[in-house]
Write a protein of this length. Structure first.
Length: 418
């Protein structure tokens, strides 16, 4: 970035992703100014807000996260009157007047790219002037593009994804982004990001036809939408587990990772795939357990654990960005918290495979002509199938998701410059 170049970024919301996005961007220092919309007054003064930004219960102090344990404070020039402070040399301006994206002064402030980290405005079909707010509101407020830090959720199931909207995972399908067409971009989810990096190496090596079926379960840390203590459910609530306390419960929940993955990797549409999620009482650091059934044509030399690990090891070595990582270290979830760049960290030590023959009666297979079946001496065949179990870690807050989001934000801005 040249000394006379001023790039501005807007961040809507300062929850977990918004705050950590701010941390990441002041660390990169690609943007010379960041405008954060809080949507409401916060604390007694801007000093209280600076304290919130500087310290984090999961990742420690901002300056130590950026520069190590001997670093000094990087927040300076806190100015209540102007609503600004300088963080790691980057000017950060705060807005407090409104939550509705259409009412934000992006155009006036010269902000052309916004990250909406509220988790509230996820419907790309909702009109910009929707009374409850819409991600498109950022566009009529003056921004040229908005990145949503979650998968799209279209309320009207009959409405297709608008042509100017796209969902991407950096390094997987980011090539579908067209800066001349797309103005609303979803960054998918932390689980989808990890899962995409686990699935694509298998698809690239075996091809979708040999991948008979797959399933995954994410053992996921708690999120801000859960309850600290049990509380009454809202009227009409269908999932009563969401109202149970996070500290002392394992909570079964749902994930949209299967639908999102089929969009990110279209080949998945032809593969039977199930995705489940379990929330556990940890603050961050999550795990995807992927089970894939592979058609094995190797006969006496079945697909082995070493073959699967070698696929990931080679793919990780070829990933110049380090978004896919491979390790044979025995990790726990805290070992990957804050670890930069890792969209997925494959724990090769735990990879498992098992090959067995499945007896298949061709009479029960659709599409085989009856005459062909009659000509067969035996319609029962043995099909060798290998079941592979792969474990992938991801820091669902900073290390994996926010890191990927912020790298993609910078790349999108560069593409916007032509």
């Amino acid at each position: 970035m040249g000394s006379d170049t001023i790039f501005k970024l807007g961040i809507n919301g300062l929850g977990r992703i918004g705050k950590l996005c701010l941390w990441n961007q002041v660390g990169q220092r690609y943007f010379s100014e960041i405008v954060v919309n809080l949507g409401r007054p916060v604390g007694r003064s801007l000093t209280d807000l600076a304290d919130f930004i500087e310290r984090d219960s999961t990742y420690g102090a901002l300056h130590q996260y950026l520069y190590g344990c001997y670093a000094s404070r990087v927040i300076e020039e806190v100015d209540d009157a102007k609503g600004t402070m300088r963080i790691n040399g980057v000017l950060v301006r705060f807005l407090k007047e409104t939550r509705n994206p259409k009412e934000l002064p992006w155009g006036k402030l010269g902000v052309d790219l916004v990250v909406d980290a509220t988790g509230k405005f996820l419907d790309p079909v909702a009109p910009a002037d929707d009374l409850k707010g819409s991600c498109r509101g950022h566009l009529i407020a003056g921004a040229k593009k908005v990145i949503v830090s979650a998968p799209f959720k279209i309320k009207d199931v009959n409405s297709p994804l608008p042509p100017d909207a796209v969902m991407t995972v950096l390094g997987i399908n980011d090539q579908v982004f067209d800066p001349t067409l797309h103005s609303v971009i979803s960054n998918a989810s932390c689980t989808t990001t990890c899962l995409a990096y686990m699935m694509k190496p298998l698809l690239d090596y075996f091809g979708p036809k040999k991948l008979l079926s797959a399933s995954m379960a994410t053992v996921h840390a708690v999120t801000g939408g859960q309850e600290v203590l049990d509380r009454l459910p809202d009227a009409g609530a269908t999932d009563l587990r969401k109202n149970r306390g996070v500290f002392n419960n394992i909570i079964l929940t749902s994930t949209g990772a299967a639908d999102a993955l089929a969009y990110i990797i279209p080949e998945m549409k032809s593969i039977g795939f199930i995705a489940e999620s379990v929330r556990i009482p940890t603050v961050t650091g999550s795990l995807v357990m992927l089970v894939a059934a592979l058609q094995d044509e190797s006969g006496a030399d079945p697909i082995s654990r070493d073959v699967i690990n070698e696929i990931y090891k080679r793919t990780a070595a070829e990933d110049a960005n380090g978004f896919l990582q491979y390790t044979e270290t025995q990790n726990t979830s805290m070992d990957i918290v804050g670890r930069p760049a890792g969209a997925a960290i494959i724990e090769g030590h735990e990879t498992r495979t098992r090959t067995a023959n499945i007896s298949l009666d061709l009479k029960n297979v659709m599409g085989i002509p009856k005459d062909a079946l009659k000509a067969m001496p035996d319609t029962v065949i043995d099909l060798p199938v290998t079941q592979a179990v792969v474990f992938g870690w991801y820091d669902n807050e900073m290390g994996s998701y926010t890191n990927m989001l912020c790298h993609w934000t910078v790349e999108i801005h560069k593409l916007m410059q032509g």
